[in-house]
Design a binder for this molecule. Structure first.
Ligand code: NAD
Length: 461
């Protein structure tokens, strides 16, 4: 018999902690869950009466929060109380790429994880199961265990690795119906306690249990393989543009081979999101630190290809617009790294914009879910130019029609469905001629646009 978990604390109320724990709360009304965060504004937004103000946008999330919040799902800044009362603690804090010191630009920054471990150790007065939900370098559990055991109050800690495989934009669906749940650990009772929670809605044959290190490494590996497929097809998209092949036709032809499969073979301006790049960099760093140079270089190429694709997309815009975009207005449709999320971390749009701004373009952005504040913060973070210059060169507007008004060209950076439904004749009417569209997501209908006399360019065609 495993220990029955009555109270859970989740540290980190971000894109993973928020949706993941909301779904656990929905599926397990008998468990009381408190999600805590040091960011008081974020917690306040999770507690906002108006569900449109939740800090994370995901289809289906609002309904679940409405159902479970203040029933068995709570959002709080009182971290110590939540740790003290919980039987099981999920650590779901950010693990960004280090931007200082040893491993700068490559290794995962584990300072937030370590802070959590120290706080858990200081507060815990009874035995706890500590679950790594954040994506961590392989063997982090050993460091966690050492901190917990050496700084704690003599209570027992069992560490589990339970990486999250949700994709933003489909997080709720992925959480309710996961391909698999992975739990790594050493203590059978602790593993069983977590398996029992998931078993409330996931069939047991989809719940895999492994040793800690396989679980930690599987998460990095899964992201590396997914990103590799995008970079592989993107590399072929460049070749398609030179040879007259069409990358969609190539994707379809190879994807029907059951050994390859059809998913994740869509060419685009490049992958973004908070995870792929950071997790591959981390994998590369780990491989290098074990002296596995060839392994490190192999995976590094996935990132180099992604950078190349973003650069190529921007270069094509400049070249096509008669080799200069200086003083020209480019409308950006989309800023989020993919549709159905308000997350912009590592979005291709940021890098394409930065490159075009360095060529003195003027950019007007419309994204249905991303705020102006976020867009300016993303550009300021790059430090390429002053924040005043970013604000002078980039305008953020509330409709796509406004964005495209008087534009020399449109660049589609996110595959939001609504872009397909626009009145493209009306958009063209108000643009400079010839009216160019650069479709970084292969979203729009070439025939429709060409019939309207747009000059239409899509990746890999
Ligand atoms: N975003 C994804 O799609 C995704 C998918 C799978 C796994 N992951 C992994 O999950 C982890 C979290 O990612 P995310 O996207 O939710 O990050 P996020 O930045 O959205 O959220 C992390 C939250 O943790 C909080 N936090 C940091 N240190 C804290 C501390 N000491 N105490 C309390 N709160 C603290 C931050 O304030 C922030 O709100 C990362 O390791 C990431 O790699 C992310």
């Amino acid at each position: 018999m495993s220990k029955t978990i009555k109270k859970i604390c989740c540290i980190g109320a971000g894109y993973v902690g928020g949706p993941t724990m909301s779904v656990v709360a929905k599926q397990c009304p008998h468990i009381e869950i408190t999600i805590v965060d040091v960011n008081a504004a974020r917690i306040a937004a999770w507690n906002d009466e108006n569900l449109d103000n939740l800090p994370v946008y995901e289809p289906g999330l609002q309904e679940i929060v409405a159902e479970a919040r203040n029933r068995n799902l709570f959002f709080s800044t009182d971290i110590e109380k939540a740790i003290d009362e919980a039987d099981m603690i999920f650590i779901s804090v950010n693990t960004p790429t280090k931007n200082y010191g040893k491993g700068k630009g490559m290794a995962a920054d584990l300072k937030y994880i370590e802070l959590c471990a120290r706080q858990i150790a200081a507060v815990a007065k009874n035995d706890k199961i500590v679950v790594e939900k954040s994506t961590l370098p392989v063997r982090t559990a050993a460091a966690l265990k050492s901190i917990l055991d050496n700084t704690g109050n003599g209570v027992n800690f069992h560490i589990l690795s339970n990486p999250e495989f949700l994709a933003e934009g489909t997080a709720i669906q992925d959480l309710i119906n996961p391909d698999r749940v992975l739990i790594g650990g050493e203590n059978d009772e602790a593993i069983a306690a977590l398996v029992d929670i998931y078993a409330h809605w996931v069939s047991r044959d989809k719940i895999l249990t492994t040793n800690l290190w396989s679980s930690e490494l599987s998460k990095l590996t899964a992201n590396a393989f997914l990103a590799q497929r995008v970079s592989s097809i993107n590399s072929i998209s460049a070749l398609c543009e030179k040879t007259g092949a069409n990358v969609d036709e190539v994707s379809k032809a190879i994807g029907m081979d059951s050994r390859i499969g059809s998913k994740f073979l869509k060419a685009s301006v490049g992958f973004g999101g908070s995870c792929f790049q950071k997790d591959i960099l981390n994998l590369v760093y780990i491989a290098r630190s074990y002296g596995l140079t060839e392994v490190a270089e192999y995976w590094d190429q996935v990132i180099l290809m992604n950078d190349y694709q973003k650069q190529r997309f921007a270069d094509n815009i400049i070249q096509t617009l008669y080799n200069t975009v200086s003083g020209k207005k480019i409308a950006f449709l989309g800023w989020a790294f993919k549709k159905d999320t308000n997350d912009t971390r590592e979005s291709a749009a940021i890098y394409v914009a930065d490159y075009l701004l360095s060529e003195q373009a003027e950019i007007t952005v419309y994204d249905p879910k991303v705020s102006a504040e976020r867009i300016y913060a993303d550009l300021d973070y790059l430090n390429t130019r002053s924040s005043e210059e970013n604000r002078a060169l980039v305008k953020v507007v509330n409709t796509a029609y406004e964005a495209c008004n008087d534009a020399h060209a449109i660049a589609v950076l996110t595959e939001w469905d609504e872009f397909k439904r626009y009145d493209w004749a009306k958009i063209k009417e108000h643009m400079k001629k010839p009216a160019f569209v650069f479709d970084g997501r292969k979203l729009l209908n070439r025939k429709e646009l060409e019939d309207l006399d747009f000059k239409y360019y899509a990746i890999g065609e």
